[in-house]
Ligand binder design. Structure first.
Ligand code: GLY
Ligand code: MN
Ligand code: MN
Length: 443
């Protein structure tokens, strides 16, 4: 059962990123059209390039709704969809930044109109500076204006995004139209994954696997958490990822109990475990993985007890993320599973567990975070609230046990596709059994 080798890898040296078929984005727009009210116009803008300090900027991150509908990963892009437009040529219009020689010299090539059509499958492409004129001509044909807002339950946005600015301006300019929430429809559409999305999510998982296998042979006492981070990034980027799907958490010893530990600046010590919540992105789709391994390559008896408890919980929870079950019921079931494991580990007794109120503070003392979330273009992907699990969704399953008094935290996290008849673990080939981890660390 031991899988010895990293997946074979040979750089083709020719293309860094693979091409996504524009049929995905065409299908996505067809699916959205079916949900719109008659006489609607949908307007989605790209994100801003956010500033840092002085003349610095953060790297560009596209608006996920715009990417879902167009595949365009470029700033200053806008999309207008108007299925009932009188002129059929105006039913889909993509606006991209007009390039020029100055931009070509300083920033490199931007999409030509032809390239934008090839990426998105949208025939009508205009330059961004003509957007206002088009909008003003088209909007009188519409009754409903769909605009995009960030309705993620845990979003905390203190800056005014480009889409938020546009909503303000648009409502001021066209106050008597009926405004609609595009987010409600996008959450419904994005919560299940197309076969092409699943392929790219699987590729992100495969790239992640290569990174894990690389570091299993690298981790030993005296290695810096940041060196593990560097090894992973190296493996991800050379395989066609732009890098980490999210800021990596590499926490050894007590740091494994810090849920959002990001400094990754401690030396991994003999006898500790190191928790790695780290994964690759691929073409915009994200993997999300956690592995926790003994720094010296051998679990102590206690580490193994805790590890096996988390692994058992992982397998049990995988059986619960199934069509028909609801997130609310699942949450209760998770608490029961974790309570049983925590009692078995001697962290509290069955009678102490029984005496707790419904909030189960004893479980939350050792397991204090969510257990599953949707995964896709966003790591914590969007979906309508309280949506029952259904075929076509991709979820993480990520139980953990954190025992601060023992300097020990273990979390395991894989990504699961819910198929009709079973769950398909997109990370099933990434080592997770304790024996396999030990074997790979001691080669
Ligand atoms: N890496 C983020 C999460 O596990 O939710
Ligand atoms: Mn996760
Ligand atoms: Mn994670």
């Amino acid at each position: 059962m031991l899988i010895a080798r990293a997946p074979r890898f040979r750089s083709n040296g020719a293309v860094r990123y693979e091409t996504i078929s524009n049929s995905l984005f065409i299908r996505n727009r067809v699916n959205l059209r079916a949900l719109l009210k008659p006489k609607s116009i949908v307007i989605v803008l790209s994100n801003d390039i956010f500033p840092t300090n002085a003349d610095g900027t953060m790297s560009f991150k596209q608006n996920s709704d715009l990417f879902h509908l167009s595949g365009i990963d470029q700033e200053e892009t806008a999309l207008i969809l108007m299925p009932d437009a009188i002129d059929p040529k105006e039913r889909e219009i993509l606006f991209v930044r007009e390039t020029n020689e100055h931009i070509a010299v300083w920033e490199g090539a931007k999409l030509s109109k032809e390239q934008a059509t090839a990426v998105s499958g949208i025939n009508r492409v205009e330059w961004s500076n003509s957007f206002d004129g088009f909008l003003h001509r088209l909007i009188p044909q519409a009754d409903h204006i769909y605009l995009t807002t960030n309705e993620h339950l845990r979003a905390s946005v203190v800056v005014e995004t480009r889409n938020a600015r546009f909503i303000r301006d648009c409502q001021a300019r066209y106050p008597l139209h009926r405004y609609e929430r595009l987010a409600q429809l996008m959450h419904q559409l994005r919560m299940t994954k197309d076969a092409e999305e699943l392929r790219l999510l699987s590729k992100a998982c495969d790239i992640t696997e290569a990174g894990v296998r690389r570091v299993l042979g690298f981790i030993k006492p005296g290695v810096g958490e940041w060196e593990i981070e560097a090894e992973l990034l190296h493996e991800f980027v050379r395989r066609g990822s732009r890098g980490f799907a999210y800021s990596p958490i590499i926490g050894s010893g007590l740091n494994a109990c810090v849920l959002h530990y990001l400094s990754n600046d401690k030396i991994c010590q003999d006898g500790e475990m190191v928790l790695m919540d780290v994964a690759a992105e691929c073409c915009g789709w994200n993997a999300d993985l956690t592995r926790t391994v003994p720094v010296n390559g051998r679990f102590t008896k206690r580490q193994r007890q805790v590890y096996d408890a988390v692994l058992r919980a992982f397998h049990e929870l995988n059986g619960l993320v199934r069509p028909g079950n609801t997130p609310l019921d699942y949450h209760q079931q998770v608490i029961e599973v974790m309570e049983r494991e925590l009692v078995n580990l001697g962290l509290f007794t069955a009678s102490e567990a029984k005496a707790q109120g419904p909030d189960k503070p004893l479980v939350k003392k050792y397991f204090m975070h969510g257990t599953s979330h949707h995964l896709g273009l966003d790591v914590h992907d969007v979906a309508p609230p309280h949506q029952p699990f259904a075929a076509g969704m991709v979820f993480t399953i990520e139980p953990g046990i954190y025992i601060r008094e023992e300097n020990l935290g273990v979390r395991l996290e894989n990504d699961i596709f819910i198929a009709n008849d079973r769950n398909i673990d997109l990370m099933s080939s990434i080592p997770i059994e304790a024996e396999e981890i030990e074997d790979l660390m001691n080669r």
